[in-house]
Write a protein that binds this ligand. Sequence first.
Ligand code: UDX
Length: 459
Amino acid sequence: MREFEIAVVGSGYVGLVTGACLAYIGHRVTCVDKDERRVAELREGRMPIYEPGLEEMVGRGVSAGQLRFTTDLPGCVREAEVVFVAVDTPPGEDGSADLSNVAAVARSIGRALSEAGGRKRPLIVVNKSTVPVGSGDYVSMLIREGAEEAGNGSVDFRVVSNPEFLREGSAVYDSLFPDRIVLGAESRDALDTMRELYEPIIEQSFPAEMDPRPKAAVPFVTTDLASAEMIKYAANAFLATKISFINEIANICELVGADVSSVAYGIGLDGRIGPRFLSAGIGWGGSCFPKDVAALRSIAREYDYEPALLDAAVCVNERQRKQVISKLQRDLHTLKGKRIALLGLTFKPNTDDLREAPSLEIAHTLSSLGARVVGYDPVAAKEAARRQPGLKAAFDPYEALRGAHAAVVVTEWEEIRSLDAARAASLMEEPRLLVDGRNALDPERCRKGGLLYRGFGRA
Ligand code: UDX
């Protein structure tokens, strides 16, 4: 393989994981961030996010001399053959993606290119941030604008779109063992260079200590810029819709006395449907699904197209969170003065991410209805309580359950899945209600332990 000189702009979730993994497969990587404190911490080996395996991977890259951190973007652009842009594109008021960070980086790249003068090969600028369809051309325009500002507009570069499909909690694994690599560009030579850069992952030829099972080659999908950008939105919108679909089925299951777990198993065996992303419950949250579905709806509306199916997927998802409240009201009647424990607060297990976490919205509604809300989470209890007025942090699940009339499993951390039902019941007050928002606990075991169990779509 050829060793590339790579810069990754933005040391957030995607940038840091991408940088560490590209260093691991043998490239020389510089991660650039404008936040000096973050760069200083990373140099000391301290991670800004919680992600299994990341700290070790970064440490390894740094000790091997393959990975470093800096705030000097122009310096990196001068040295690099490929620059990955992995800055965030948060949702604006109307749901559309805010591109100001991407735009600022593109202009800086243009200025740096212009100031650096002639190059041996064109700089490849890879967009990893999730951006609206058509942004590839916008980024090209901004790079050129930046270059003109610096006095020389005739700079040589190619823009490539390379969406990421990392799941939080298994981001390092997903980077090294992806289902596919998607690349979009208007230039064939840029796609060929990217293929060479990703060769160790495509061929699965890097040291296999993390997962020694033999792997097939990873499909390398090449297409135009707009289609690559669309693949990211379509993938996330499909998965979010699949979850909303099973949640709708769960709601109907409850009405007719069927069990959604059996239904999901039964339909998932059909190869055309597949078994994954069919777990019913509180619904989807996190930094990607809500943001990307909102952005896709907003893109469709720009073209005067009503995205009816996506609208419905969001509507079902919003309803699922409200269902937690109605399930509590059904058994507790008034919630005023009742103590309610929320178990698991992050948007899903194995992450510290609270963005669009259903727990915060549920805590807000419960406290506005007069309930006393206490939350436990293995990593984010304190932070959740800081963000959500009315939510008190507990540092142990059983401490949260002491004196509670009801508990809600919001996030299925392993520790919550293996809750001791009898111990929980002994600490709780009547009616000892457990609303299992993730269908993660065994109803029989809960009932035997003395809890009043209510799941989602479970008869
Ligand atoms: C997602 C995509 O999976 C990933 O490919 C993309 O790059 C980023 O967005 P992530 O946000 O880390 O990744 O979470 P994911 O594991 O996909 O779960 C998303 C949400 O759906 C979570 O809130 C989860 O609790 C929920 N979910 C997932 C369900 O409610 N039911 C399921 O069956 C699966």
